[in-house]
Design a protein around this ligand. Structure first.
Ligand code: CMP
Length: 139
């Protein structure tokens, strides 16, 4: 059975352009309920840990630099089959391949500066939610 939680970040590119509001609106209108939320800025160590699975890839160091370049919004979102439904809402990692009307098609600048993150599996949704939110920060 698939899980009902996914973890998103609104990334520094979108925060810089005042797109927090419109992006959250799209998430809410697509039926996602916010179960935890914070506005924060990742340290280098935190960004490296969050993206540890990509360590060694050609884009890793640039990704860490980008993700620490400004504040982000992290949120735990709930919906039936959340990981799959959310990946449909945000579109492909590379905005050039993102379906029209998806969050990345509308807001992403590039494959790196792609406006939002979404967990890629139920297992990672749990790991990533635990990364950002303690027990008293989720409702
Ligand atoms: P995200 O879904 O957060 O997961 C990994 C991130 O690495 C991705 O979004 C992009 O911001 C970044 N990235 C940069 N280049 C690539 C690439 N070629 N393939 C996948 N992710 C990339």
């Amino acid at each position: 059975m698939s899980g009902n939680i996914t973890l998103t970040m609104i990334k520094p590119d979108a925060v810089r352009k005042n797109q927090i509001g419109p992006i959250l609106k799209m998430m809410n209108e697509a039926g996602f309920r916010i179960r935890g939320m914070k506005y924060t800025r990742l340290s280098k160590e935190q960004a490296e840990a969050f993206y540890a699975v990509h360590r060694g890839k050609p884009f890793y160091e640039s990704l860490v630099e980008f993700m620490t370049s400004g504040p982000i919004v992290a949120a735990m979102l709930e919906k039936e089959d959340a990981v799959t439904a959310f990946r449909e809402l945000i579109g492909a990692t590379n905005p050039a391949n993102a379906a029209p009307g998806t969050i990345r098609a509308l807001f992403a600048e590039s494959v790196q500066n792609n406006a939002v993150h979404g967990s890629d599996s139920d297992e990672n949704a749990v790991i990533e939610s635990d990364f950002f939110f303690s027990k008293v920060e989720r409702f």
